[in-house]
Structures are given as structure tokens and as C-alpha cells.
Design a binder for this molecule. Structure first.
Ligand SMILES: Nc1ncnc2c1ncn2[C@@H]1O[C@H](COP(=O)(O)OP(=O)(O)OP(=O)(O)O)[C@@H](O)[C@H]1O
Ligand SMILES: [Mg+2]
Length: 206
């Protein structure tokens, strides 16, 4: 922990910023097994929101591990730190009135709950989306060939095979990607945002 630092609050509150820009920031947190469809759904949602003119920005597992989190591995401690940093960055985007969309396996309930608390303590909405498909289905999809490698013992601590996945108990949204198409999933998400008044008829809040 650094010492001799003081939080500089600035003189525009989030409420004023939201009013001026006409958008309300929040974080949509996708969680689920590898190949469950987090990145696919997150990209489609981001595209849909941007098409509607809603500022949104996606933070995605692999990409973040190339940069911000390139010093981290896949053991429990590093996974925890991975999620902690992502939650902080998502919160900054949301604070700037963007819709932050994160797509990380985020297998531990305690880490996701910490991400939620971080947001909720600042009054920023946190929408947990369980992207769900049975293990047999995701193993069959295996777009990156990771399950094959994990089963052959070439990848250690692979979620669902040799590391645990703790499914959300009460996520805001639960999407079964083996049962519904990507476009339907996006519709569920946008409808939720409108119903919760995060978006007005698919656009800003003013
Ligand atoms: N209804 C659906 N929703 C989302 N993805 C689907 C659906 N049906 C099939 N798929 C396919 O499932 C695969 C999901 O891969 P994707 O990269 O999105 O998973 P992921 O959850 O981001 O995995 P990882 O944790 O490894 O990044 C893609 O090949 C996608 O085309
Ligand atoms: Mg992904």
C-alpha cells in the first residue's frame, strides 16, 4: 500500500457527468467456462450498444493478459489478482459513464463478489451474467483446442477440467448458450438494461 497519497476527488460528480453526457455507466460482468460464449456474446453486445450510440468498452480475458496482466499466471492467487485489477479498470470505465463489458472465466465466487462490492460501494450498477453451457458442449466446441490440451495434461489448472468453476448462485442474468442463439442473448441483455432504466428505449438516459 502506498503512503503519502491522497484521493483527488475532482469537482465533477458522477451524477453530473452522467447528466452532461446523457449516459449512465455500469459494468456487465460475464462469467462462465471457457468456450461458453462470453467473448462471442460480449462482442455482439458491444457492437449492438455502439450501433445505438451508447459508449461501451469491452475488457476481454486474453487481451488483458497480453498487457495489463501479463505478469500473472493461472494459480488461485494470480487469478484473484487478475480479477481484482479487471474489476478496478471496469469500474473506472463505468465511472466515466461507459458500459464496461468484461468477459473472463472468473471461476471463483469470492472474486466476483469482491468485484460486485467494489462497484456497489461506489453506487455503480454491477450486472453479473452467467454464460452457461454444459461441459460436454463446451468441450465439443473447443474453438481454441484448450480442452483437448487440458485433458492431455498439457495445460495445468484448466477450469472445468483440473481447476474448479463456481457457478453464480443468483446472477442478474443467466444465458444458456446451448439453447439460445447469440442474437437472442444480446436481446435479453439489452432488454434487461432498458427494464432496469440503465438505458431508455435502447439509448441514453436523458
Ligand atoms: N448461442 C451461442 N452464444 C455464444 N457462443 C456460441 C453460441 N453458440 C455457439 N457458440 C460458439 O461457442 C464458442 C464460444 O467461444 P468464446 O470464445 O466466445 O468463449 P469464451 O467463453 O469467451 O471462452 P474463453 O474463456 O476461452 O475466452 C464460439 O465458437 C461460438 O461461435
Ligand atoms: Mg473469451
Amino acid at each position: 500500500m502506498s503512503t503519502n497519497i491522497t484521493w483527488h476527488a475532482g469537482n465533477i460528480s458522477r451524477e453530473e457527468r452522467e447528466k452532461l453526457l446523457g449516459y449512465k455507466g455500469l459494468t456487465i460482468w460475464f462469467t462462465g467456462l471457457s468456450a461458453s460464449g462470453k467473448s462471442t456474446l460480449a462482442s455482439a453486445l458491444e457492437h449492438q450498444l455502439l450501433t445505438l450510440g451508447v459508449p461501451s468498452y469491452r475488457l476481454d480475458g486474453d487481451n488483458i493478459r497480453f498487457g495489463l496482466n501479463k505478469d500473472l499466471g493461472f494459480g488461485p492467487k494470480d487469478r484473484e489478482e487478475n480479477i481484482r485489477r479487471i474489476a478496478e479498470v471496469a469500474k473506472l470505465f463505468a465511472d466515466s459513464t461507459a458500459i464496461a463489458i468484461t468477459s473472463f472465466i472468473s471461476p471463483y465466487r469470492s472474486d466476483r463478489d469482491a468485484a460486485r462490492k467494489l462497484h456497489e460501494d461506489s453506487g455503480i450498477p454491477f450486472v453479473e451474467v452467467f454464460v452457461d453451457a454444459p461441459l460436454e458442449v463446451v468441450e465439443k466446441r473447443d474453438p481454441k483446442g484448450l480442452y483437448k490440451k487440458a485433458k492431455a495434461g498439457e495445460i495445468k489448472e484448466f477450469t472445468g477440467i483440473s481447476a474448479p468453476y463456481e457457478a453464480p448462485i443468483s446472477p442478474e442474468i443467466h444465458i444458456r448458450t446451448d439453447q439460445i442463439a447469440v442474437e437472442e442473448g444480446v436481446k435479453i441483455l439489452v432488454d434487461y438494461l432498458v427494464n432496469q432504466k440503465h438505458l431508455k428505449n435502447g439509448v441514453g438516459i436523458n
